[in-house]
Design a protein around this ligand. Structure first.
Ligand SMILES: Cc1cc2nc3c(=O)[nH]c(=O)nc-3n(C[C@H](O)[C@H](O)[C@H](O)COP(=O)(O)OP(=O)(O)OC[C@H]3O[C@@H](n4cnc5c(N)ncnc54)[C@H](O)[C@@H]3O)c2cc1C
Length: 538
């Protein structure tokens, strides 16, 4: 029996995948017994904000990730495809239909039990693996338990994210490379758990949010007085995104959104993240009036983040305003800035590539709490965690697809990125292993990356242990739900599920009224987890 804590995007997919391997699963979802500040229903896989799963073409990384998930029998992708609404090249869904589809499919599955209870602590090692998929709004009690398990430096409660720009869209003729005072402060306390200290601040928070940490890989966009004043006016008059009360309270002083700083006075930014001192522009031999610094993103060498530019401005406004910065006129943004409540662990210090924790192989993290960003990425991590938890139950070695695939790259990033500057990431081409001989043409390059990824994924599906990132050498074949299985589960009140097990097909009669393992236990907070000791953090 596997216990999945949290019935969001990640937990739902994890449960589905594990059950698809023939293992019993209990999903513990605390809603509606204990609501969160943003969820509005008691449905599983509720989309808390946008209804978009972003791009759906193979030429973007999230489109590739979706296709890989479809090939792995993803419930989330199948429900999303079924709930699709017109949105051009993106996959957007009717959020009600989407959540209903997921909830129904899981409720009807004979191996899945849904228990409506809050799990207040990480269960002790017990009869089966545990997957924590409790999302950015993990309940307070469980957050405390997670903090005890991972260490307080490795759990964040707040996300202050600066926008990230694609390197080859920066106009290099307008920027200069330099580190403040030409010196490295590294080793003098600069390396805190950046972004992992959260609202409470602490060592490293200012490094993450506000200033040059002197490591020498900065691109500097210099601004004249006139350019600075235009930018300042644009920031103070821009429209902010709607924020929830809990996101609007106390910001950590070292991580203030740029618009909050700008509202404090015309020079505040110039004395904060846009501070020019120590940065000599080689073309003038002087410090500029103000500067925007771009720091290379750790793993993704072709991405640069705008240092200290965390913001709650609307994304359209961010695009408009940030393109006023010299050198960024044609910038393409990989991710826009955000400031919001987000509980997440420092993946690289805690996780293996299989989404197991290093300290306890029977304990997995998946979804936003594991340190990924976004609906699709959360579901993708749940997909692998669910499969690997089932592998443990069946005494098969867990494994992860190679870094040449999008889903493998995400797992690699969450477990191998630089822990001192770790920030949750969307899937991007920058974290997928580069091509050996990339062509110059960008469209061709992306097409080749997708082609390689799908070929390698197919190899991994057929033989997970032989691929480069697998952990063991033993050969075993996985079972998984086919796309058709999902359709059948969703569409029919009395149906058959076809599970593929090697070459053998097993038809499992599923009558929703009599399915033996099926129940939706409302308010069953104690008895349903009685087999799991909830008091220990291992
Ligand atoms: C305000 C806000 C807006 C966002 N907007 C977007 C967006 O537009 N697009 C996007 O891609 N991402 C967005 N995100 C990120 C988004 O939350 C994730 O992409 C996605 O929901 C993560 O999926 P998940 O399964 O990890 O978490 P969730 O979908 O949040 O699921 C976690 C589940 O765990 C349950 N739970 C929590 N604690 C416990 C407990 N102790 N016991 C039992 N159950 C528990 C919760 O009730 C919840 O149902 C936003 C996040 C926030 C906070």
């Amino acid at each position: 029996m596997i216990h999945v804590i949290g019935g969001g995007l990640a937990g739902s997919e994890a449960a589905w995948q594990a059950a698809g391997q023939g293992v019993s699963v209990t999903i513990h979802e605390m809603r509606p017994v204990r609501p969160t500040a943003v969820h509005k229903t008691d449905g599983l896989a509720e989309l808390v904000c946008s209804n978009s799963f972003r791009g759906d073409k193979l030429d973007n990384a999230v489109g590739l990730l979706k296709e890989e998930m479809r090939r792995l029998g993803s419930l989330i992708m199948c429900a999303a495809d079924a709930a699709r609404v017109p949105a051009g090249a993106a996959l957007a869904v009717d959020r009600v239909v989407f959540s209903q589809r997921v909830t129904e499919a899981l409720s009807r599955h004979p191996l899945i039990t849904i228990s409506r209870d809050e799990v207040p602590a990480i269960p002790a090692p017990g009869p089966g693996p545990v997957i924590i998929a409790t999302g950015p709004l993990t309940s307070d009690a469980l957050s405390a338990s997670i903090r005890e398990f991972v260490g307080s430096d490795h759990l964040a409660f707040y996300d202050a994210i600066s926008p990230i720009v694609l390197a080859d869209t920066i106009d290099m003729s307008k920027v200069f490379r330099a580190s403040r005072w030409n010196r490295s402060l590294r080793g003098a306390g600069a390396a805190g758990a950046a972004g992992v200290t959260g609202a409470a601040g602490g060592a490293g928070a200012d490094v993450a949010c506000g200033v040059d940490d002197g490591q020498g890989d900065y691109l500097n966009c210099p601004l004249t007085k006139a350019e600075y004043e235009v930018l300042y006016r644009a920031i103070v008059t821009a429209e902010s995104a709607t924020v929830h009360d809990f996101d609007n309270t106390k910001f950590f002083e070292g991580c203030l959104p740029i618009e909050v700083m700008a509202h404090r006075g015309v020079d505040t930014l110039r004395f904060g993240p846009m501070k020019p001192v120590g940065l000599t522009d080689p073309r003038t031999g002087r410090f500029p009036y103000a500067v925007v610094q771009l720091r290379q993103d750790t793993l993704a060498g072709d991405h640069f983040s705008l240092v200290g530019f965390q913001t709650q401005l609307k994304w359209g406004e961010q695009a408009r305003i940030l393109r006023m910065i010299p050198g960024l006129e044609q910038a393409e943004f990989v991710r826009f800035g955000m400031v919001h409540r987000n509980t997440f662990i420092n993946g690289p210090t805690v996780l293996r590539q299989t989404w197991q924790t290093r300290r306890r192989p029977d304990l997995f993290f998946a979804g936003q709490v594991s340190g990924v960003e976004g609906y699709v990425e959360s579901a993708a991590s749940g997909l692998l965690a669910g499969r690997n938890a089932a592998a443990l139950v069946q005494e098969r070695p867990p494994s992860a697809p190679p870094r040449t695939t999008a889903i493998g790259a995400l797992a690699y990033y969450a477990s191998h990125a630089n822990p001192t500057t770790y920030q949750p990431s969307n899937i991007t081409h920058g974290i997928i292993a580069p091509l050996d001989n990339p062509p110059r043409d960008k469209a061709r390059k992306k097409a080749l990356i997708a082609e390689r990824a799908l070929a390698e994924l197919d190899k991994w599906i057929n033989d997970p242990q032989k691929t480069q990132n697998s952990q063991h050498t033993q050969h075993t074949q996985h079972t998984h739900h086919t796309h058709q299985d999902i359709q059948e589960i969703q569409d029919s009140p009395a149906i058959s599920i076809q599970n593929v097990h090697n070459t053998q097909s097993a038809r499992v009669a599923l009558d929703t009224a009599s399915a033996p393992g099926r129940r939706d236990v409302k308010n069953d907070s104690v008895s349903s987890v009685s087999s799991v000791d909830r008091n220990s953090v291992g």
